[in-house]
Design a protein around this ligand. Structure first.
Ligand code: CDP
Length: 228
């Protein structure tokens, strides 16, 4: 039997469009690594907030980036983010981090450091990474690129339920505003704005179940693996 080549799968899209769910399911199905690049920007934001780093102080930002390290561990099947060895998975999903993450992610020095680390993680291929610039900047030659979208009501409802289940108290209006604010900053920033790569396949999952979406994407991935 021919040895199967490993490919890189890049999944980009707006806030809370279901990228991470899809990326996790797909990586499990293919036996690939999964990297949540958004968690990295969230962890940097948490570090900046904890250490009161001013977003206009370039020296402080560079020093902070040297002093922080982000890694992932699989804890009972759940992908968990570590910041300087400490588990921050719950903290980085909180609203005060969501409110600051897009301005932090717009800083080129921050992006350069994260992109470098993401590219190292993808060197051996066999990886699914989700984010905003994965197909355009991090892995421009990825064998499969997906751009996921869903309408704002669907995205708001999904994120609201997700945060409510985690015991966070906020309104749907808070969630909707945060998603739209981030989408605006992420897609209008000068460095690596969120946009669909020319060769990405667009998936609007507003009316797709998770199972339908997964089946569609697994078929695409198998075809790309076969032809790689
Ligand atoms: O989960 P959700 O889709 O709401 O966001 P996320 O993937 O956790 O990303 C959080 C933020 O990180 C985004 O709003 C972007 O500002 C930034 N980000 C980025 O700039 N580039 C990436 N590759 C991933 C995330």
């Amino acid at each position: 039997m021919k040895k199967q080549n490993k490919i890189i799968i890049a999944i980009d899209g707006q806030s809370s469009c279901g990228k991470s769910t899809l990326a996790k399911q797909l990586s499990k199905k293919l036996g690939y690594a999964y990297v949540d690049s958004g968690a990295m920007y969230r962890a940097v934001t948490l570090y900046f907030l904890q250490n009161k780093i001013s977003l206009t102080d370039q020296n402080a930002i560079e020093l902070a980036l040297k002093n922080l390290s982000i890694s992932f561990v699989n804890k009972e099947g759940v992908n968990t983010t570590l910041l300087n060895g400490e588990e921050v998975e719950t903290e980085i999903r909180k609203m005060y981090v969501s409110e600051m993450v897009s301005p932090v992610a717009a800083i080129s020095t921050v992006r350069r450091a994260m992109v470098w680390q993401q590219q190292q993680m993808g060197k051996a291929k066999g990886i699914v990474m989700d984010g905003r610039d994965i197909g355009t900047v991090v892995f421009p030659t990825a064998e499969l690129k997906l751009f996921v979208t869903a309408d704002i009501e669907t995205r708001t409802n999904r994120r609201y339920l997700e945060l409510k289940e985690k015991g966070m108290t906020l309104t749907k209006a808070d969630v909707s505003k945060n998603l739209q604010d981030r989408d605006h900053i992420d897609s209008t920033r000068a460095d690596s704005p969120l946009k669909q790569a020319e060769d990405a396949i667009l998936i609007d999952n507003s009316n797709l179940t998770r199972e339908e979406q997964l089946a569609m994407v697994v078929a695409l991935a198998k075809e790309r693996i076969e032809n790689s």
